[in-house]
Design a protein around this ligand. Structure first.
Ligand code: VGL
Ligand code: ZN
Length: 228
C-alpha cells in the first residue's frame, strides 16, 4: 500500500496579516489545514519554514536605493527584492500560533544561504542544491503528496513544480483552498503552470476520507405477528 503525505509551505507569521510580507488573508488557511491534519488519512505531515539569516540577499535592507518588489540582483541572477522577512529566531519566522504544530512530523528549513533565495522547499532558485526533502519523502515510501500553504504564486508553486519533477511516480495534488497568493493575476498564471505539469488541483473537502454516515434510519422493528 502506498503512503500519503501532506506538505505545508511556509505557514509563518510574516506571511499572515500583520507580518512583514503579508499574503492577503493568509491566516484563513490555518483552520482548513488543521482540519486536513486531524481528519485526513495522512501517514506523514511535513512543513517547510522560510528561514533566512538577518542579512539575506533578497532583503530590501541589503539593497540600498531599491524598493520592495522591484527586481534587483543576487549572485549575478535577477532577484525580486522582498521586505525583510522570516528571520531565523524571530516571531515572524514562527508558525502561525493557531496551527496544530504537534501534528507535524518533519520540518524542512530553506533560504538559509544569504547568497541564494529558495522559494521551493525542495531546492534553491539556482536549482543546483537540494534541501534533502525529496530524498526524505522517497525514503519514507511516499506515493501521494498534497501541497498547500503560502504563497500560492511563489513558494507553493515552485514546490509543486519541483515535487512533480523530483518525485517521479508520486501523485502530486495542490490543495487550492488551503493556500493563498500574493497577487490574483500571478495565482491564475500559477494555476495554469500547475495544471500543465500534470498536478491535480483540489479543495480540502474533496481530500478528506468519507465519514461513515450515522445510522439515523435503523432497521424498522420487527412487526409483531398476530394470529394463529
Ligand atoms: C516566499 C517570497 C519570499 C513564500 C518566501 O513563502 O512564498 N515569498 N520568500
Ligand atoms: Zn523568503
Amino acid at each position: 500500500m502506498g503512503k500519503k503525505a501532506l506538505l505545508l509551505i511556509d505557514v509563518q507569521n510574516d506571511f499572515c496579516t500583520g507580518g512583514n510580507l503579508a499574503v492577503p488573508n493568509g491566516e484563513e488557511i490555518v483552520p482548513v489545514i488543521n482540519k486536513l491534519m486531524s481528519e485526513g488519512d495522512y501517514d506523514l505531515i511535513a512543513a517547510s519554514l522560510d528561514w533566512h539569516p538577518q542579512d539575506h540577499g533578497s532583503f530590501v535592507s541589503q539593497h540600498p536605493g531599491k524598493k520592495v518588489f522591484e527586481t534587483g540582483e543576487l549572485s549575478g541572477q535577477p532577484q525580486i527584492i522582498w521586505p525583510d522577512h522570516c528571520v531565523q529566531g524571530t516571531k515572524g519566522a514562527e508558525f502561525h500560533p493557531d496551527l496544530d504544530k504537534e501534528k507535524i512530523d518533519h520540518i524542512q528549513t530553506k533560504g538559509t544561504d544569504k547568497t541564494v533565495d529558495s522559494y521551493s522547499a525542495f531546492r534553491d532558485n539556482m536549482q543546483d542544491r537540494l534541501t534533502g526533502l525529496s530524498d526524505y519523502l522517497q525514503e519514507q515510501g511516499i506515493t501521494e503528496l498534497h501541497i498547500c500553504g503560502l504563497a500560492t504564486d511563489v513558494c507553493v508553486k515552485f514546490s509543486l513544480l519541483d515535487a512533480a519533477e523530483l518525485l517521479p511516480g508520486v501523485k502530486i495534488v495542490f490543495v487550492e483552498d488551503a493556500s493563498r497568493g500574493l497577487s490574483e493575476d500571478a495565482v491564475n498564471t500559477a494555476k495554469q503552470e500547475i495544471s500543465a505539469a500534470g498536478i491535480d488541483i483540489r479543495q480540502a473537502a474533496e481530500l478528506l476520507p468519507e465519514k461513515p454516515r450515522p445510522a439515523i434510519c435503523p432497521r424498522p422493528p420487527k412487526q409483531k405477528k398476530f394470529g394463529r
